[in-house]
Design a protein around this ligand. Sequence first.
Ligand code: GDP
Length: 324
Amino acid sequence: MSASNMRVFIAGHRGMVGSALLRQLENQENLTIVTTTRAELDLTNQHAVNAFFAAQQIDQVYLAAAKVGGIHANNTYPADFIYQNLMIEANIIEAAHQNDVQKLLFLGSSCIYPKFAEQPMNEDALLTGILEPTNEPYAIAKIAGIKLCESYNRQYGRDYRSVMPTNLYGPEDNFHPDNSHVIPGLMRRFHEAKVSNAPEVVIWGSGKPLREFLHVDDMAAASIHVMNLDQALYQNHTTPMLSHINVGSGVDCSISELAQTIAKVTGYQGSLVFDATKPDGSPRKLMDSSKLWSLDWQPNYDLERGLAHTYEWFKANALTLRMA
Ligand code: GDP
């Protein structure tokens, strides 16, 4: 196969990470990007996924398709989160292997690490303690994805890698008022409070949990970087038999500080109120991304600039926001 006819499948190209990958990969020479919509292909249907791979002659897969959501959605729809994610991963990874796709990149999540893992969390913290209960079913599915990659590597000599992003945000995020993650949830609430001159904005929980955030364009760049790393170099930097590597900004802040920064970016000047009846989730989630940094990757956006960029996108797309 020459480089000129490499066919790259982005599974989940309409999601936040998949669309960022598409924006960055579609201008690269020597690549043909393959995508498919949910209406055309149900990724939870094993038979349909097998038929798709058999027809498409794919060389590389970015597995960015997933059912995702914030703390409330994970807590409310646990069966959907574990079932859909297990099916999507298992179907795509097995079909990729059956159709001789040698390289695949699986997108995971920092919630795979134990609730009380030592901070910052490095890759070896996987499976060393109990998980955060609010998103345990989702985390178990993502851990299964990592183990699928490792198992196909061990048994069949595949080169399937996994990247574990910290909390992501950016264009094409889900801005649903209840089911979203904290940044899109609060950005929308602050924006609407500003427009309606509301005197206060409610923040869920105590405001004390610490979270690390990464702009999705940085995540897409990191994913492409990891996919294209020389195999020996990648294996030297990941723990033997492990296939995953962390992707984070290395900086965390409290939810209260985050809310103040979103207030600044949106220009909201009212007060912030904390609703202690809502769950806090993990006390802290900061990843150790030093392995990836030692492999020559660094994020571009700091939080305030990334939020400002996202707010511009939000305002420009307010009428067509994705809300699942
Ligand atoms: P998590 O990192 O899995 O806990 O996911 P989230 O992004 O949903 O929540 C992060 C933290 O932000 C939690 O402590 C939430 O309680 C808090 N938070 C505050 N306001 C909001 C909000 O409007 N939406 C969400 N999703 N979380 C919020």
